[in-house]
Design a binder for this molecule. Structure first.
Ligand code: RRO
Length: 306
């Protein structure tokens, strides 16, 4: 293990900056342990709500040349069931466990965060940025007063555990981020998938059961880099986690140079499997050798110099 890869984010220590993104494999303790064994520095669960949700009608995923469209619809077993999975995961994992939380009201978010933290979550990622689930995603960001209250309640309920807030590239990124920080966010995560859709030319209908979906993968990476760069310009002292289309070590390097202190990997795990974590670690270690750096931390925000 290369100790130069270790990073601290909002008080959590990660053995490397490559975390599993929300929504990929994060639904059971067993899968999270496999992700840790494959080399991830930390893991984020699927977004969990207060009540169980079945999600959208099939098809919920559609592969494009430039990325992946999903309209899962926030399927999850609900926090009252998931607390046991969190407790089991916490027992088995040595890397930090971050529980992704969704909700449509401050009360719902507060409840889910409290139960997640009581069950053993090391941190909470508030998902206020799903592009295609009514009331649970970007709509929260359109009412900044409501969003502020949601973040405040989440922070209150998280107590001493760090609160990550996952943002959307659409809308007023900086105002939303400022609101999140003032309301208590310890870390910004940028970005969620981007609202998109596909039409089947033979069926002459939208492809996805939910009509609209979130675009992820290489197509959105430059947008994610832009968001991370802008956030770092405005808030250089707030840790940023970059997510969106990262497939290669060069993509990681780019995100760190733009200002991210860690990254999350989602679609690339779905495309390429869990070996991606070791590949990224190897690539970034060699990059540090090449540059003669003693910590990956030294890369963070370097693109902003001069
Ligand atoms: O479950 C989903 O459909 C979903 C969520 Br909650 C999200 O935040 N982002 C996404 O692309 N899909």
């Amino acid at each position: 293990m290369d100790t130069r890869l270790s990073v601290e984010v909002a008080g959590l220590r990660f053995r490397n900056p490559f975390l599993l993104a929300a929504g990929i494999l994060g639904i059971t303790a067993g899968l999270l342990v496999r992700v840790e064994s494959a080399g991830a520095g930390g893991v984020v669960t699927k977004t969990i709500t207060r009540n169980p949700r079945e999600g959208h009608e099939n098809p919920v995923v559609y592969e494009l040349e430039c990325g992946l469209l999903n309209s899962m619809g926030l399927p999850n077993p609900g926090i009252d069931y998931f607390v046991d999975e969190i407790a089991r995961a916490k027992e088995l994992l040595s890397v930090p466990l971050i529980v992704s939380v969704g909700g449509s009201t401050p009360e719902e978010v507060a409840y889910v965060v409290r139960r997640a933290v009581e069950a053993g979550a090391d941190g909470v990622e508030l998902n206020a940025s799903c592009p295609h689930v009514e009331r649970y995603g970007v709509e929260l960001l359109q009412d900044l007063e409501l969003f502020e209250e949601v973040v405040e309640r989440a922070k209150d309920s998280a107590r001493t555990k760090p609160l990550f807030v996952k943002l959307s590239a659409t809308g007023d990124l900086i105002r939303v981020a400022e609101t999140a920080i003032e309301a208590g966010a310890d870390c910004l995560v940028a970005i969620n998938t981007i609202r998109a859709m596909a039409v089947d030319v033979w069926a002459q209908r939208p492809v996805l059961g939910g009509i609209y979906g979130g675009l992820s993968g290489p197509a959105i990476r430059p947008i994610a880099v832009r968001c991370v760069y802008e956030l770092y310009e405005e808030f250089p002292d707030v840790p940023i986690v970059g997510v969106g289309g990262i497939c290669k070590w060069e993509d990681v390097a780019e995100m760190l140079l733009a200002g991210a202190v860690a990254v999350q990997i989602g679609t690339a795990v779905a495309y390429r499997g869990l070996s991606i974590f070791e590949e990224l670690a190897l690539g970034i270690s060699e990059y540090l050798d090449e540059l003669g750096l003693s910590s990956v931390r030294e890369l963070v925000g370097r693109a902003h110099r001069g």
